[in-house]
Design a protein around this ligand. Structure first.
Ligand SMILES: NC(=O)c1ccc[n+]([C@@H]2O[C@H](COP(=O)([O-])OP(=O)(O)OC[C@H]3O[C@@H](n4cnc5c(N)ncnc54)[C@H](OP(=O)(O)O)[C@@H]3O)[C@@H](O)[C@H]2O)c1
Length: 352
């Protein structure tokens, strides 16, 4: 079958080791897995983490490997007693880092697949999957309609666009965000967009006068938690202030040893405990790792349909990248740039 292969792990914006070839063996499924004819794949920051080799201690694919974890396609084979049937169109998430979906066929466990909603195309469907992270962050924010004021750091990324829409749908009293994409974000529901290339959010007088209840950080790095704590832009924990880290202190984490895992766990688990212990002087710190399963995907799709939320594809995909070496390389370059505005999608096959 035709598939994209990555032959060498490499950090940075290098894509010369990605090629689309014709002679890859079609995957075989195990019981409780679906064999899926792929229609569309969305790339993600996670795909770039794998490709970079920075996290090789935990994400170490066998070379060469097929990238692409989030996809939509037609069921070609399934168990006799499966909840799915041949010909169903499914939204799927592949956890196995070796066996991605930028290929004619891919397998995925049934527990990570749901039926494609009628309202979505295969491309928007694959792209919407990343929304589970946004939904999880907004769940943790416990929005009180008409009361909760939220600042989203990085509104225009795939997570950011969905976060703004979930916040609006759940009735946040005020939504500010940092981004260069002013027009789109106001349209999606933000009340104020701060161009982070011109203004620092932690210095804005208006925010200090009326501090936020929640900051959701999708950018990471930049000592954001410390800036939020010390500037007075975010309420203290005892007054309900919560800093939700979608991305942690390092947006490009290096996990190459047990020590680096322990350091990461210390921040993810230790800082929340520490902030609760000194609740009068700092905001709460919340970090999480989102591993989507079918239940989460169903919940996501339900909220997207109920509130008619938009899945935004980066306009530079125009509208999708092609399933060619050049197309896949361009998709990875855009994803790796850290400046994608929405999801990056590769159309593998057209739905007939
Ligand atoms: N916790 C989890 O389980 C989980 C799950 C999924 C994703 N994540 C993390 O979530 C983060 C966001 O993912 P994504 O898919 O949304 O990324 P993305 O689509 O690549 O988004 C990048 C966005 O960040 C914006 N940006 C860059 N620097 C900025 C800054 N200093 N201030 C404000 N905006 C800035 C860029 O806008 P401009 O072009 O305007 O700069 C771009 O729109 C990633 O770090 C990813 O690893 C975490």
């Amino acid at each position: 079958m035709k598939a994209a292969l990555i032959s060498k792990l490499e950090d940075g914006n290098c894509t010369k080791n990605i090629t689309v070839v014709d002679d890859v063996q079609k995957p075989t499924r195990k019981p409780k897995e679906l064999l899926i004819k792929v229609l569309a794949v969305a790339t993600s920051v996670g795909d770039c983490h794998i490709k970079s080799g920075r996290c090789s201690f935990v994400l170490n694919p066998k070379m060469p490997y097929i990238p692409g974890q989030d996809f939509c396609g037609l069921v070609e084979e399934c168990d006799e007693k499966s909840a799915f049937k041949v010909g169903d169109i499914v939204l799927a998430n592949q956890e196995d880092v070796d066996k991605g979906a930028i290929a004619e066929y891919a397998v995925a466990p049934e527990t990570h697949c749901i039926q494609k909603p009628l309202s979505m195309t295969p491309e928007t469907c694959a792209a919407s999957l990343w929304g589970v992270t946004a939904q999880m962050a907004v769940d943790k924010a416990r929005i009180k309609a008409g009361k909760t004021r939220v600042l989203v750091l990085g509104g225009a990324g795939a997570v950011g666009y969905m976060t703004i829409q979930f916040l609006k749908a759940r009735g946040s009293a005020y939504i500010a965000t940092t981004s260069t994409q002013n027009e789109m974000l106001l349209k999606l529901g933000a009340d104020k967009v701060i161009d982070y290339t011109k203004e620092d959010w932690w210095t804005i007088r208006e925010f200090k006068n009326e501090p936020f209840d929640i900051i959701i950080d999708t950018v990471g790095g930049g000592n954001h938690f410390r800036k939020a704590s010390e500037s007075g832009v975010l309420k203290k924990c005892m007054n309900g202030g919560n800093f939700i880290a979608v991305t942690g202190d390092d947006p490009k984490p290096v996990i190459k040893s047990v020590w680096s895992i322990l350091k990461l766990l210390f921040i993810i688990l230790g800082r929340p405990i520490w902030t609760l212990m000194i609740f009068w002087s700092v905001p709460k710190y919340t970090a999480f790792v989102c591993l989507p399963d079918a239940k989460m995907l169903r919940c996501l799709v339900r909220e997207i349909e109920e509130h008619n939320l938009k899945t935004i594809l980066d306009p530079r995909c125009a509208p999708y990248f092609e399933f060619t070496t050049e197309g896949v390389q361009k998709a990875f370059q855009l994803q790796e740039s850290g400046h994608a505005h929405g999801k990056v999608v590769i159309q593998v096959a057209k739905l007939k």
